[in-house]
Ligand binder design. Sequence first.
Ligand SMILES: Cc1cc2nc3c(=O)[nH]c(=O)nc-3n(C[C@H](O)[C@H](O)[C@H](O)COP(=O)(O)OP(=O)(O)OC[C@H]3O[C@@H](n4cnc5c(N)ncnc54)[C@H](O)[C@@H]3O)c2cc1C
Length: 431
Amino acid sequence: MLSTPHKPHSHGPRSHGLWEATAPAAPATTALDGHVSAEVVIVGGGYTGMSCALHLAEAGCRVVLLEAREIGFGGAGRNVGLINAGLWLAPDDVSSALGPDHGERLLKLLGDAPAAVMALIDRHGIDCELERNGTLHCAVGASGLAEIREREAQWQKRGAPVKLLDATETAARLGTSAYLGALHDARAGTLQPLAYARGLATAVVKAGVTLHTSSPVTKAERKDNRWHLTTSGGSVDADWVVVATDAYSTGPWQMVRTEQVHLPYFNLATKPLSPELLRKILPGREGVWDTKTVLSSFRMDRAGRLVFGSVGALRYSGTAIHKAWARRALSRLYPDLGDIAFEHEWYGQIGMTGDALPRLHTFGPNAVGFSGYNGRGIAPGTVFGRELALLIKGEKTYAELPLPVSDVTPAPFRRSREAWYEAGAQIAHLV
Ligand SMILES: Cc1cc2nc3c(=O)[nH]c(=O)nc-3n(C[C@H](O)[C@H](O)[C@H](O)COP(=O)(O)OP(=O)(O)OC[C@H]3O[C@@H](n4cnc5c(N)ncnc54)[C@H](O)[C@@H]3O)c2cc1C
């Protein structure tokens, strides 16, 4: 039941919005108090950390997971919930940036990643509003149509079940004729992101992981060939450290954050639509986004709320500007919605890397992590966590992972670019 009472998240309605209001409870957890030893200590309670923890614990490994705030505090509890296959970059661009070996390995892993998420959800009976009907990448104008046509060719060459829908079929799927076509990706789907994170946490605890929340790691030292991590209330020593803190990194691995430029992204959720509107608007419940640079996305939740999002932060002058724009944009797409109220509003920060590719970093012997998901973290985080488990169990080498190990490279002019993203989104949404 999604309405199970739960303890409030440690942050406000503008950070986790609808997802906080409708996710089942997280397992009961406490802060780390005292000293514990483990084989592996995982830092970060999002998809990457919890998938890694689960796959290690299922193989009999002793794991401690430390989360600074609550499960799903980072991107995992704030996102749109699109279980995408692949990255923002078109497949051929991934292959030329990484070379054919890593490039094609990464594309294969990420192309199959939504199926891995769905299998994990099924295996652990996670109640997270999973919809398996794919996603629709919608073409705005002739250049948008050319872009998705090219993506279709590049994915089909790799055997992926993607199909370009013409304007008529797109209109039938969406209930609006605003787009010239759409690329349907049958591998993909949608879910309730915080419910998925909390469901993973429940599975992690059942598998025997010691999971502590409200336990920010503040110090990491290597002594006697082991890692020693310190939190406000305790410490952990372990053979391995997995750094799974990504765009919300604090403490010893803040450098991961300095490599990324934060792109703010907001979502607004309507009240549940009437049965008549639900028959017209997105009846197949696919996840949708468009080809614009300042893009829009939309999807349904299980109760039939339309969740509509775009680039921008709901703070300062941004709140009024983005909400007024969203109302105008929605009524252009769906005039039948009239003046429908928004029940929930929230936003988060997407960590963008310079080349739009994720990163694999090491932070000393036996200290490793993936980061830099560029707004594609549900499926990638889940399978990257599993890859790290394989590495730690000795079933894969670094050379067999989907990305080469790279150094952390701070993004130039990060703060000013972040300010520009926030201001630029407001300018775009004034018209
Ligand atoms: C608004 C928004 C929309 C998005 N939409 C989508 C989407 O539709 N589809 C998609 O696939 N992806 C989407 N993403 C991206 C996705 O949410 C992230 O890529 C994903 O959450 C990354 O997972 P993660 O586990 O690596 O990191 P996170 O989920 O960010 O978790 C990291 C955790 O580490 C913890 N942490 C940080 N520092 C410390 C410390 N020192 N000690 C202990 N814990 C620490 C944080 O509190 C946090 O809980 C979106 C992101 C945002 C913000």
